[in-house]
Ligand binder design. Structure first.
Ligand code: FES
Ligand code: FES
Length: 160
């Protein structure tokens, strides 16, 4: 059924008219012009489309928009901006933790969820938390370095 759905997107009240069963990813990219979350597999298997819904990591390709009434969605666009980047974004850039970058929006979202829950993760914990995210460029070691760097800076209260 097509209807209007209201939710919060990156802390902004957002309203969209859509079929309830349309995926959040299609709404973000096709209706709202928010392109950070990427289409990879379309089947919940790669993490390229990861967003936070009420602070939990979800696959936007599988989450139906009709389930999001009054919920809060965070995409990579809400993590930080070029003017005010998140520590994770700064660290990823500094350590060049990416090649093509296709996977990085999802990885950044996964890393944010990890650091929100565990501000001082071990390398094994980072690897486990991000294991869902596929990266065909193989930047996994640099990703773990960048998450570790960002976590230390956040614990010390440094400015990003
Ligand atoms: S595109 Fe959603 S998990 Fe791969
Ligand atoms: S940097 Fe290319 S897929 Fe991860």
């Amino acid at each position: 059924m097509r209807r209007r759905i209201e939710f919060s997107l990156n802390d902004q009240p957002t309203s969209v008219e859509a079929e309830e069963t349309t995926s959040l990813l299609d709404v973000l990219r096709g209706e709202l012009g928010v392109f950070g979350a990427r289409f990879g597999c379309g089947a919940g298997q790669c993490g390229a489309c990861a967003v936070l819904v009420d602070s939990k990591v979800v696959a936007a390709c599988e989450r139906e928009i009709g389930t999001l009434e009054h919920r809060s969605v965070l995409t990579v666009e809400g993590l930080g901006t070029p003017e005010r980047p998140h520590h994770l974004q700064t660290a990823f850039l500094e350590l060049q933790a990416g090649q093509c970058g296709y996977c990085l929006s999802g990885i950044l979202i996964g890393a944010k969820a990890l650091l929100d829950a565990n501000p001082d993760p071990s390398r094994a914990e980072i690897a486990k938390a991000l294991s869902w995210h596929l990266c065909r460029c193989g930047v996994h070691n640099r990703v773990m370095d960048a998450v570790t760097l960002a976590a230390g800076r956040m614990r010390r209260g440094e400015v990003a």
